[in-house]
Design a protein around this ligand. Structure first.
Ligand code: HGY
Ligand code: MN
Ligand code: MN
Length: 415
């Protein structure tokens, strides 16, 4: 292991791969729009598969489209070490959210090949389908099916804003695999990801050792009022679903602010019907996203949001239906793997700190079925889910070097 201590990944090769992948499903402002199960996602998958083949790995794909590229170990019966994240992006996503975790893991294998390193355990580089949940809610859908959180039937039936179903779209892009989802067993799962928040950059740290992940509720609220003319309908005769949504959105913000310092809340997706300039909305469907690392606070906020929504609806004479379309409790990652990551960061001389993930990740679900940990690198201004998302090549390399050395330790170098 001492000989390997000075080994590093090929930072330029990683950066070039990130740049090449970003060209598939480009956004309009320098980022990416490679939403899950679109043709662009299919193209990105083919590029990733080609790179994995070039690195001598064998590819397996399961019935949720999760991709697993294996680098053989000396002991084929040993449970593998998995590393990965997601290649799908938000509609106005960045180049690095998820992608760094997949291509960083690929770079780790490429570097191991260059070093001629053998490990006892096989190593599997993974691309999880539909981590974002932007097109098909909930987020982390395919890793959730893998971990037994959701049934495959539930996932296949999820529809996008145009009514297209997940299962049909997966088949359409040609990435419906034959492996039974969830049949694979993991020794460990390591996920490298950009922080998507401002803490690491603001404190001058290069590596986040992720000890926990905050929990989340996605509550889809449907308010029903009455379409009417915006000009000729007297104010006291209106049953305005749009007004209800506005008041509930304000309540979500107020509730999150009342639970500071570690609570967040917002409404990000809104569908207004009929969405005509001179028609009072008779129906709105919107999703509330609330999160906290504290279980009690998270559940308290859910209750407060639901009560506030029903109170606003009653006041305005609106129908109100609330459905949970996404949920996971706060996560504690594997303490032994946390120590491995922290030790790798220390040996590599990177300034590091323990951190709680603000965003959800596939690691939150794999943590249910195998020891799991995350590694984070900073992103500029903490900005993500925005085409202007940016990281430095140095940050990308530092995070991937920590992933390399954590993987070498967990996969057990042989000879
Ligand atoms: O929503 C999340 O936290 C993740 O980006 N899917
Ligand atoms: Mn992500
Ligand atoms: Mn994301």
């Amino acid at each position: 292991m001492a000989v390997l201590a000075n080994q590093r990944i090929n930072a330029q090769r990683l950066w070039d791969s990130l740049g090449e992948m970003a060209m598939i499903g480009p956004g309009v402002a320098g980022g990416c729009n490679r939403q899950t199960l679109t043709d662009a996602d299919g193209q990105g998958r083919h590029l990733f598969a080609r790179w994995c083949a070039d690195a001598g790995m064998s590819m397996g794909v399961d019935t949720m489209g999760n991709m697993f590229a294996t680098r053989a170990g000396t002991d084929p019966d040993a449970l593998p070490v998995y590393m990965g994240s997601h290649l799908d992006t938000q509609p106005t996503g960045g180049r690095y959210d998820g992608v760094l975790g997949v291509l960083g893991a690929l770079e780790v294998v490429r570097a191991m090949n260059d070093m001629g390193v053998k490990t006892r355990r096989p190593i599997v580089v993974t691309n999880w389908t539909n981590e974002e949940g932007a097109r098909f809610a909930p987020a982390m859908l395919a890793s959730g099916v893998f971990a037994g959180i959701h049934t495959q039937d539930y996932a296949y039936g999820r529809t996008d804003i145009d009514g297209k179903a997940f299962g049909e779209e997966l088949a359409r892009i040609g990435w419906l695999g034959d492996e039974k989802v969830g049949s694979r067993k993991m020794h460990a799962m390591l996920e490298l990801h950009i922080e998507q928040g401002p803490i690491l950059e603001a404190t001058g740290k290069t590596i986040g050792v992720v000890t926990h992940g905050q929990g989340l509720w996605w509550l889809e609220i449907t308010l029903t009022g009455k379409d009417a003319h915006t000009g000729s309908t007297p104010m006291n005769m209106r049953v305005n679903a749009g007004l209800g949504m506005a008041r509930i959105t304000e309540s979500v913000h107020r509730i999150a602010m009342s639970h500071q310092p570690n609570a967040v809340g917002a409404v990000g997706q809104v569908k207004v019907y009929p969405n005509s300039r001179n028609v009072i909305p008779g129906k709105v469907v919107f999703t509330v996203d609330i999160r906290s690392p504290e279980q009690g606070k998270l559940d308290l906020m859910r209750g407060e949001v639901e009560r506030a929504a029903h109170a606003v609806a009653a006041e305005l004479g609106l129908g109100c239906a609330i459905e949970s379309v996404g949920h996971f409790d706060p996560v504690t990652f594997d303490p032994d793997l946390v120590k491995v990551v922290r030790g790798a960061a220390e040996r590599l001389g990177h300034a590091h700190m323990d951190i709680i993930s603000g965003a959800g990740h596939d690691a939150c679900w794999t943590n249910r079925v195998a020891p799991t940990v995350m590694i984070m690198c900073p992103c500029v201004g903490g900005l993500s889910h925005n085409e202007a998302e940016e990281i430095s090549p140095e940050w990308a390399a530092a995070g991937t070097d920590v992933l390399l050395h954590a993987c070498l330790e967990v996969a057990e170098v042989v000879g």
